[in-house]
Design a protein around this ligand. Sequence first.
Ligand code: PLP
Length: 409
Amino acid sequence: MQIAVANRLNGIGEYYFSQKLKQIEELNKTGNPVLNLGIGSPDLPPHPDVIRVLQEEAAKPNTHAYQSYIGSPVLRKAAADWYATWYGVTLDPAKEVLPLIGSKEGIMHICMTYLNEGDYALIPNPGYPTYRSVVQLAGGKCLEYELKAENNYFPDFEALEQQVQAINKQQGASNSLPTGEGRGGAVKLMWVNYPHMPTGTLGTPELFAQLIAFGKKHNILICHDNPYSFILNDQPASMLAIEGAKDVVLELNSLSKSQNMAGWRVGFLMGAADRINEVLRFKSNMDSGMFLPLQLAAAKALSLDASWYDSVNQHYRERRVKAFELLDLLGCTYSKEQVGMFLWAQIPEGYADGFALSDEVLEGARVFITPGGIFGSAGNGFIRVSLCSPIDKLDAAIQRIKESRSVAV
Ligand SMILES: Cc1ncc(COP(=O)(O)O)c(C=O)c1O
């Protein structure tokens, strides 16, 4: 049978990593497996107390039913307490926190909730590829804003103003009119992500305040995706901590990286009660609440103290030293101030782009490094190395690259 896929899939390919993993699997079958330094999936386990809560709760007979669409009150309270303790943000756990099956699904829910066919969403270039595909799947159009090294990978607000004004002009809409309202073609969302993936750039209160003012001026919902704030960074920051943020900001956060729980799929949406209810109108039609033992274990994870984050970061700090060594070997240039679980590095002269360098290292040394171009055209001259590998794997990768380079010379 041949059946045409829906038009919404036009231009949406298989996710780059799912394709690349198949190629790596094929290479692995030939012996001498590939060392994968591509994907940012924490290899370290969650805290043992978290596992214990999951086991104990799962062994009870009464924890297996469907769960509320808005999540367990225990988890919502734990998330609000986490935000109060670490980010200095006050949230009403009953109304301003929505547990998610990972923050990635939240990106979809937000786009489906707010974008009419033909509405625009501002997305960062380079940036997390999901923003682009999800905006398109929701029927929206992407308006890229470039993040340049010379501007510390912060948006250029003059350029943003021009972009939005051009769209508004095209729309025949005045800035003072509410956007959307079913007509399509308005700029309604802006995706923002600091600490920024892939460049490892930390946001500042001034930047957040500027983004909020921009959102208010143009009636654009600022969607801040914040999963990396604890990694190699001892001052986690939320955009919701800025005065007046709830008027215009929705923030996503996640246990994937900060609690080593990527496979558990636990994230949150935080923001004004009205926004949370709007998103819930979509989400509650798509799925149900998560397995209760998992929610209770996630609540435990959110209550961990500073020693947890210190121990995780100790690993990443040691690995980062090795990753610097690897990048030096490849002749790349990079900032040592980066945060998050990746290193972003400019490729040396002599390569057409990061794909060429990545392919050379994969073929010659059987080490996979992510080409920066998958994060957008502005990433073409870069590569990204993940810190989610133990020291011995990083050492082995360095050794293989050294050997392949000595053979090539
Ligand atoms: C910037 C960014 N946002 C969101 C996600 C998704 O995280 P989660 O596991 O919470 O869905 C990732 C995962 O790689 C990411 O890099």
